[in-house]
Design a protein around this ligand. Sequence first.
Ligand code: HEM
Length: 456
Amino acid sequence: MPNRYPPGPANFNFWCGGTWRHAWHLWSDALSFSTHMARRYGDVVFYRLFYYDAYQINHPDLVREVLVTKAKSFVKERRVMGVIRDTAGESVLTTEGPTWQRLRRMLLPAFQSSGGHRLGEIGVRHVAELTDQWHDDQTLAVNATMTDLLLRTAGEALLGIRDRSVIATVADAMSRYSLAATSQITSVVRLPGWFPGSSQSQIERARRTLEPIVDAAIGDRRRRPTSSPDLLDLLLGAVDESGDGQGLSDRQARAEAVSMYFAGHHTAAATLTWTLYLLSQNPDVERRLFAEIDGSIGDRPPTPADLVRLPYTEQVLKESMRIYPPAWNLFLREAVEPVEIGGYTIPRGGWVFIFPWVLHHDERSFPEPWRFDPERFTPDSAERIPIGAYVPFGLGGHACLGGRMAMVALHLMLPALLQRYRFSLAPGQGEPVPEPLISIRPKRDMRMIARLRKRS
Ligand code: HEM
């Protein structure tokens, strides 16, 4: 009979029985707390969060068990999903069971095909529009700038919106929604929607802005297909071929578009932000990357045909997502039945935490984990990384649906940024402190100077 409780910190105190200490530490400094738990207590750690039994999984093999071989014993925790559902609706991101299976079955083939190329092409155009507005020695709040860039890119690619003022409205609503959702997911108390200024009221306001715009975009596209299909076309064209043969209703298409917009923009923005930072700190890598970009594409905008000529760019992005995984923790899982992981029984209702942040900095998988070394991701070296050790896009049935697409888009957008500008930390900007919100971003943003490399 497996043991019930893995090692972990004390969960009781003399005065009031249960302890709120761990919940407080997790809430106030999740990166240090999760790292400390793994280093101190090992591959499976137990702690109590309020009245919930929490299990933190820190070994690649066990991560694989939770997300792949025993995935049927877990669902994504319902409260967090509820917050996302409040704006996005029932989508592949927020559902479980047969509804999720159907949506995933329909959308996966479409999203693994060429959608990334289109996203990338649109992204490159938006990079050009953005950098056209900069001048030599431009000071930037990098995360805010990259987030805005991705909001605009995804607004066009996912919702087919080209009108600048409408994109700005959508981007504003989505950014308000993201902040409010982050606050809801991470806060203990949830104020109702009628409470002025509450995050719930912000979410509802964002939904009221987004819904009519997205509905109009869907209606328009149904009536008038475009000659250059984008992600909205992928959604509207997806059919459940091995099931009922039907496609998505307008309502379902809206839910998918909004949740993908939500899932995709801040993660991709965080990747660009941290990559620019890491390059600024690692001149040898930066030099080699510039040489690849200059030698392969020169001054013209990168296109999907260039991807094969930019292998080092991809390695740089992957290594950046290792050191700063945008999804620093996976969605919290809840056991739906007792299940054995690593010799311990996780009871029904038990919470399971998997932190890419912890796994990606584990010396057993990545020696000298803080060294920025894109050589870890040459094809030969990458093959030696254990499954479950590197999970920027998750693993198993719920792994990121847009992961491949996001990689392609970033693989084109990063060279487009670096063709023209070189980035260094602004004077007075200290080392950025990673802040784990929905994705990981520099606390109080990060100021960098963009210096012109070449006149366009
Ligand atoms: C750098 C960019 C991105 C990162 C790092 C990222 C990361 C992730 C991760 C870690 C998960 C799995 C969460 C879990 O298992 O708990 C996930 C799921 C998901 N992502 Fe992404 N993502 C990115 C971009 C995108 C984009 C561009 C889209 C859509 C266009 C997208 C759509 C989704 C969806 C729909 C899911 C849920 C899949 C399911 O549950 O079946 N993501 N993402």
